[in-house]
Unconditional design. Structure first.
Ligand SMILES: [Zn+2]
Length: 153
């Protein structure tokens, strides 16, 4: 399992998802966003897995994208140039990243994964953690990546 989540201390994925040590690879960045940098990190990680056959276990991969309410990304909306740099897009395209609406942002990032990654046994889901209630809401249930060009080797 891999989790992409925000750096916000209130949203520690191990804690809010009840994960044990060794259960998931966790990537954290501002907002838990799927940026080009996130995709590059994931691509590099897939090579680590492929190279290290001793610990690489075949089987389904689950990727969970975990966004949350009251995210600091809301405050960053006042800094469109910095945000545009973060997403490596033009400031005029920022609106489609939905930085102030976690329900839409998590859907947006699931779509980024579906557009960019292909593999036969890979699921992606989108979740929201409510920092007030401690509840997790599934916005996008586990969705299989389409069988791409079998580029996973
Ligand atoms: Zn956050």
């Amino acid at each position: 399992m891999m989790v992409v989540a925000c750096v916000d201390p209130r949203v520690d994925p191990a804690h809010v998802l009840g994960l044990d040590n060794g259960e998931a690879a966790i990537l954290r960045n501002v907002g838990g966003r799927i940026t080009p940098a996130t995709l590059r990190t994931m691509a590099l990680l897939s090579k680590v897995g492929a190279a290290n056959t001793a610990t690489h276990r075949p089987g389904d991969w689950n990727l969970m994208i975990l966004h949350h309410t009251d995210c600091g990304m809301n405050d960053l909306a006042s800094f469109p140039d910095a945000l545009a740099d973060y997403f490596e897009i033009a400031p005029s395209e920022l609106e489609r990243k939905h930085v102030t609406d976690p329900r839409r942002s998590v859907r947006t990032d699931v779509d980024v994964i579906l557009e960019n990654l292909h593999g036969p046994a890979f699921f992606v889901s989108g979740l929201i953690y409510d920092v007030d209630t401690g509840q997790i809401e599934t916005i996008v249930p586990p969705t299989p990546l389409t069988l791409g060009e079998a580029s996973t080797r």
